[in-house]
Design a binder for this molecule. Sequence first.
Ligand code: HEC
Length: 217
Amino acid sequence: MSDRFNTAAGWALFAGIVALGAGIVSSKLTHQERPEQMGYEIAGVEAEGGEGGASGPSLNTLLASADVAKGEKVFAKCTACHTINQGGPNGIGPNLYATVGEGIAQGKGGFAFSEALKKVGGSWTFEALDHWLASPRTFANGTKMSFAGLSNPEDRANVIAYLNAQGSNLPLPAADAAPEAESANAAAPAEGANVAEAGNAAAPAEGQTTNQVATAN
Ligand code: HEC
């Protein structure tokens, strides 16, 4: 009798151990799943950051083909806080007439600029405006302009061209040379160097070509 009881108790214990083991295994499986999901989320965030950093057309190129009418539409996002007509009143933000080229955080009928923006210094170049409008907080940490920023570089270029057309009218920069042309220029000296090296080892006839290349450079 007690033998049988011991056997039964033994099996019960064994079953318990198996159940415990299964529990551990399954909890390990669930734990494995979790980091995988989190991994995907993080990867997504990183991918977005990467896209943002990807090099599109330069600001100069975008400004050269900027559309003032489209910029005026983008400016609809700004009108809650800014007027832009000449002599327009300051609101939550300063009047922006003729701001392009002006000193940063200066004038504007005594508008109370934040210390954060005042200490940036310099003037509103196209580039400064591009950085400012991409992320006011990054440009001047602590700024009073509670605006997230315009993530689209074309929107920024268009609205900068619109701002410029309101009282500033500075000449827009020319488009940068196409990237292919730049890389061709960079490749040329390298090729010349190769020819020179080959020329040293090669026959005099090729040496002449080397001289020609050198004079061309
Ligand atoms: C929520 C209100 C708000 C919105 C929306 C807003 N701004 Fe501003 N803006 C401000 C404030 C406030 C300041 C002053 C910032 C400071 O002193 O730190 C400012 C400052 C500026 C300045 C600097 C002016 C100077 O003379 O130095 C520019 C340029 C500007 N804003 C452009 C824009 C443009 C373009 C948009 C739309 C894409 C925009 N802002 C949207 C509130 C706003």
